[in-house]
Ligand binder design. Sequence first.
Ligand code: THU
Length: 152
Amino acid sequence: MKVDFERSGGERVSAAQVRELVGRAEEQLSLAYAPYSGFCVAAALLCEDGTIYTGCNVENSSYPAGNCAERTAVFKAVSDGKREFSCIVIMGGPGGRVDAYCPPCGICRQVLREFCRPREFSVILARSREDYRMFSLEELLPESFGPEFLDG
Ligand code: THU
């Protein structure tokens, strides 16, 4: 499915940028460390300055200690001094085979919410460079709690 700009708030991300991000996520997928679930996930996060950070899921023998691909990408970026993001591409599946769209878990949605304006940030679920669905973060996390609630 192609980009639905009307409802996505994704007009700030071009189709060429999405293709590049999907390419980066595809490369990252082979680095996923998922020996327990076998479910491999990769993400490519686009910063406002054009930099791209990739991430994969990193599981652990103590299961809750594992980390999702999206959070890996966000934490890499933030620990590198980046805090402004345009969109994230997510893809994954069993054994790294991407058949279905892979939506972000609730914890990752909340982590994205910390740094991204819900109406403007796009979450792109990709199966390939040509086949993806685009949502605003607000669509995936409506009525959300964020840092501004703690102001003052
Ligand atoms: N996973 C992600 O990396 N991102 C998500 O948003 C969904 C789930 C990972 C976590 C775990 O390593 C595997 O997929 C199965 O849940």
